[in-house]
Design a binder for this molecule. Sequence first.
Ligand SMILES: Nc1ncnc2c1ncn2[C@@H]1O[C@H](COP(=O)(O)OP(=O)(O)OP(=O)(O)O)[C@@H](O)[C@H]1O
Length: 242
Amino acid sequence: MSSNTPRLQVDGLTVTFGGLTALDDVSFTVGDAETVALIGPNGAGKTTVFNAVCSLVRPRAGTVRIDGRPAPTAPTGLPARGVSRTLQGLGLFAGMTVLENVLVPLVGPAISTAVPDAAPAVLERLGLSAEAGTPVDALPYPERKRVALARALVTGPRLLLLDEPAGGLGAEDIADLAGIVRGLSADGCSVLLVEHHVDFVMDVADRVVVLDFGRVVACGTPDEVRADPAVEAAYLGLEAAA
Ligand SMILES: Nc1ncnc2c1ncn2[C@@H]1O[C@H](COP(=O)(O)OP(=O)(O)OP(=O)(O)O)[C@@H](O)[C@H]1O
C-alpha cells in the first residue's frame, strides 16, 4: 500500500431497497489516522453506508476498498483487514461481565492483530479496569457504551466505524469521548463516524461528509461544511434531531 492510499475508499456507491434508492453514487475517502464524520438527517443513508462498507448490504453499483484492496465479501472478513465497528444498539451480552464482553471478538477465527493482553490495556484506556468483573447490565448507559467501544478496540483496528458514539451521552461523557477519538487518531487509527450530535462532530472530525436523500451534498472540513449554504437544510434537520 502506498502512503497515499486511503484507508477506506468508497466510490460511486449505489444501494437500492426495492424501489427506494438509499444511496446514490456516494463517494468519499478516509485517510490514515483521519477522522471523517457522516452526517445528515434521518433516513439520509448513513447507516446504509456503514452496512455497505461492512458487506451487510450488497451495492447495486460502486466499490468499497480498504487499504487499496476490495473490501471482504462477508463481515467475518473485516477483523483480519483491521476493521471494526460499534452498533447503535450496543449489542452487549447481558449476564456477561465487562471483560467477557470485551473478549468476545478474540474468540473464534484467529485474529492476527490481537495481542494477548489487549483486553486489559483497552479497559484501562477507557477507564473501565475497575469494572472488568462487573456484569455489564449493572452499569449505567455511558459505561455500557464505553464497553461497546472497548469491544470494538480490542482487535486493534486500523479503521474504526462508530455508529452514533455520542448518542444518549451527557456533556461530560461527550467531552471524554472526544478525547478518546483524538487519542485513537494520534495512534494512527482512522475513524468513520455517523453522528447526530453536531457539536461533537465539529469538534473531532477532520472532514465531514453530508448526506441528504442518499446523495453527498457537501464534503469538507468542519468550517467549510458549516459555511456551505447547500448544507443548511440538512443541517437544520440535524439540529432538530440532536
Ligand atoms: N433493509 C432495508 N430495507 C428497506 N429500506 C431500508 C433498509 N435499510 C434502510 N432502508 C431505507 O433506506 C433509507 C436510508 O436509511 P438509513 O438507515 O441508511 O438512514 P440513516 O441516515 O442512517 O438514518 P438514521 O439517522 O435515522 O439512522 C431510509 O429511507 C430507510 O428507510
